[in-house]
Design a protein around this ligand. Structure first.
Ligand code: 5RP
Length: 235
């Protein structure tokens, strides 16, 4: 089986947790796109759902499938969010933002009672940090923000190249909110909570891609089948 079929299998398993009448956050990326496809098929069969997309790309895909959309202004608390991830560790801690949607993804996930993460098994790591940590920053004062990110990260043992993410046309990549992404190649992150806290002290940082204690369940699909990792604390 291919990686795409694993992503689709994880998405299909996640859909078994979606009940009629729910409000659902729709993630961003290639794995979440499988979820939107599969949900679209259910909606075509009359399944009742209202969704909040985490990016313009997901919104566009959902509209193509006639999936009813709403906003967090109309529905500020959702039943469930299902989204992909760039890295997942054994404690359900995540790195997200490879698709540049981390800000809306974090807003939607934290506005949800539960978050289910779907991924192929290659996303599972012993320790976060193999994937460069995306940090969303405002364009104003970019060089100063980058320097502070570097200095503050060093204080918690994180060192490495920090690059401004490029877009397709050679210009910097712009998020749906008009911000930039710093990709921070720190390598293994020994203390993710401390790094998260330090990054939050930088005024130009809008959000970072560490999703700590947010996921309720992780569904990983691979050659050995489907594995579900669960949060150990009851909600
Ligand atoms: C987008 C994300 C994605 O969920 C993450 O990058 C995983 O994407 P994919 O499913 O394509 O591997 O965080 O900002």
């Amino acid at each position: 089986m291919s990686t795409e079929s694993y992503k689709r299998a994880a998405a299909a398993r996640a859909l078994t947790y979606v009940e009629p009448g729910m409000t659902l956050g729709l993630g961003t990326g290639s794995t979440a796109a499988h979820l939107v496809n599969l949900l679209g098929l259910k909606v075509a069969d009359g399944f009742d759902i209202r969704c909040v997309p985490t990016s313009e790309a997901t919104a566009e895909q959902a509209r193509r499938f006639h999936i009813p959309l709403t906003t967090l202004d109309d529905v500020p608390f959702l039943d469930l969010t299902i989204d992909g991830a760039d890295e997942v560790d054994g404690h359900l801690q995540l790195i997200k933002g490879g698709g540049g949607a981390l800000l809306r993804e974090k807003i939607v996930a934290t506005a949800s009672e539960r978050m289910i993460v779907i991924a192929d098994v290659s996303k599972k790591v012993e320790q976060l940090g193999r994937f460069p940590l995306p940090v969303e920053v405002v364009p104003f004062g970019l060089a100063a923000t980058r320097l502070l990110v570097s200095e503050y990260a060093q204080e918690v043992g994180c060192l490495g190249d920090i690059s401004v993410r490029g877009g397709k046309d050679g210009a910097p990549f712009k998020t749906d909110s008009g911000n930039l992404i710093l990709d921070c190649a720190f390598g293994k992150i020994e203390d993710a909570e401390a790094l998260d806290a330090m990054l939050k002290l930088v005024p130009g940082v809008v959000e970072n891609g560490l999703f700590l204690d947010i996921a309720w369940k992780v569904i990983l699909a691979g050659p050995g089948g489907i594995e579900e990792l669960d949060m150990t604390v009851d909600l």
